[in-house]
Design a protein around this ligand. Structure first.
Ligand code: SF4
Length: 394
């Protein structure tokens, strides 16, 4: 396997602008030690006025989130951007797939800017279009072409969303994954052999939803490993499965362990364990509550003063919740400090550089999804928007 074929480019080095992976950011950045960075960011934002709309994902650093006009999860932010057609520039403080979704949902007149192009997402990188197409072909060869519906998590590149749009599939968030799965199985209810879902890129969200919300068993789930011939599965395994889970995971949420949960329960009587469904199945089983970032925020807001919480999600958000709720005891569900390294790539120097470039009339780091991909991805996103009930949050 050549370096180019590696699913991840180490430390964001190299150039591959068509992939979700990190790439080098070639901007002429101000020094991180510049004491005027905050003042420069304020001045640039004032100079741009209503022409710019700054989005900040919950996992962003404080130094950046302070400049966000709105904060939220990826889908909320993309929808917020679409609701601001007067904003010429959408500066997305988040990662690449999020900026792509914002570009898909906003008008052609709006430019979506990612302050650092090296802010990719390792989970989204784990499902690349050529790999997914190979898997699809293998499943067709196993006689399953009429049975499978592809379902992709919001945390995937635009071409994967487009693949779902082209092939009768749907996008989901961590809040509506169960509704999306129900919809997918309904599409194939009358097909001989029943329906199956190919779920990517996060095996944990797929498994947790299938088993804990849909009543399936672990035996109903198989894992497709894109690095193995035939996904590492026999035809019989594919035919017997209801959920074919892509072997992908979040490097941040995959760190939380049951050992730490046991340790914290022993140390703090009455502690509540609150985790995101991107955590492993074992961790989710041991937790008290599981839900999206918005669910985590609302749960902490509504918690009793004096209550104790261990939260299993990205550390920037956990720290911000702890700061915002000093009357509650909030700890991180990991022994080590571990941020999402790609989210953290959007820092103040990149933000200032992107904003000052816009003030000079120079649009830098624009994320522009091609028309064909956008059209197909919109089909899958629209199917999600048409799902009954539930808010569409991740
Ligand atoms: S927290 Fe996980 S899913 Fe989110 S951007 Fe980072 S690696 Fe990707």
């Amino acid at each position: 396997m050549s370096l180019v074929d590696l699913p991840l480019l180490p430390l964001g080095k190299g150039r591959d602008l068509t992939a979700e992976r990190g790439v080098e950011c070639l901007g002429d950045l101000p020094a991180a030690s510049d004491p005027d960075l905050v003042a420069r960011a304020i001045a640039a934002k004032e100079a741009l006025g209503e022409r710019v709309f700054v989005l900040g994902h919950h996992y962003q650093r404080d130094e950046v989130i302070q400049f966000a006009d709105v904060t939220g999860d990826s889908f909320k932010l993309a929808r917020d951007a679409a609701a601001r057609p007067a904003a010429e520039f959408i500066v997305f403080c988040g990662v690449h797939f999020m900026a792509e979704s914002a570009d898909i949902l906003t008008s052609d007149d709006q430019a979506v800017i990612l302050p650092d192009l090296s802010a990719g997402c390792s989970m989204a990188d784990m499902a690349r279009l050529s790999q997914v197409e190979d898997a699809w072909d293998a499943m067709a060869a196993a006689g399953l072409q009429d049975n499978i519906v592809p379902v992709t998590y919001m945390n995937s590149s635009a071409d994967i969303k487009a693949f779902c749009g082209r092939n009768g599939g749907v996008v989901c968030t961590s809040s509506n994954a169960d509704v999306a799965l129900e919809w997918a199985f309904d599409q194939k209810a009358d097909v001989e052999g029943g329906g199956k879902v190919l779920f990517f890129p996060d095996q944990h969200l797929g498994r947790n939803t299938a088993v804990l919300k849909m009543g399936m068993t672990l035996d109903d789930c198989v894992v497709w490993n894109p690095l193995l011939p035939g996904g590492g599965l026999s035809v019989e395994q594919l035919q017997g499965a209801k959920m074919i889970l892509w072997k992908g995971h979040c490097s941040v949420h995959g760190r939380f362990t049951t050992d730490v949960i046991d340790e914290l329960r022993a140390k703090h009587e009455g502690i509540h364990i609150l985790v995101h469904p991107e955590c492993t199945h074992e961790v989710v089983l041991k937790a008290d509550l599981v839900g999206s970032t918005e669910f985590i925020i609302k749960t902490i807001e509504a918690a009793e003063p004096g209550s104790t919480w261990a939260i299993g999600t990205e550390l920037n958000l956990v720290q911000r919740l702890a700061d915002a709720h000093p009357d509650k005891n909030i700890v991180f569900l990991d022994r080590n400090v571990c941020y999402c390294s790609t989210m953290n790539r959007i820092d103040l120097p990149h933000f200032v550089w992107a904003m000052e470039s816009l003030v000079r009339g120079e649009v830098v780091n624009q994320i522009d999804v091609d028309d064909e991909t956008e059209a197909h991805a919109l089909v899958a996103l629209q199917r999600m928007l048409d799902l009954p009930g539930k808010s569409h949050r991740d």
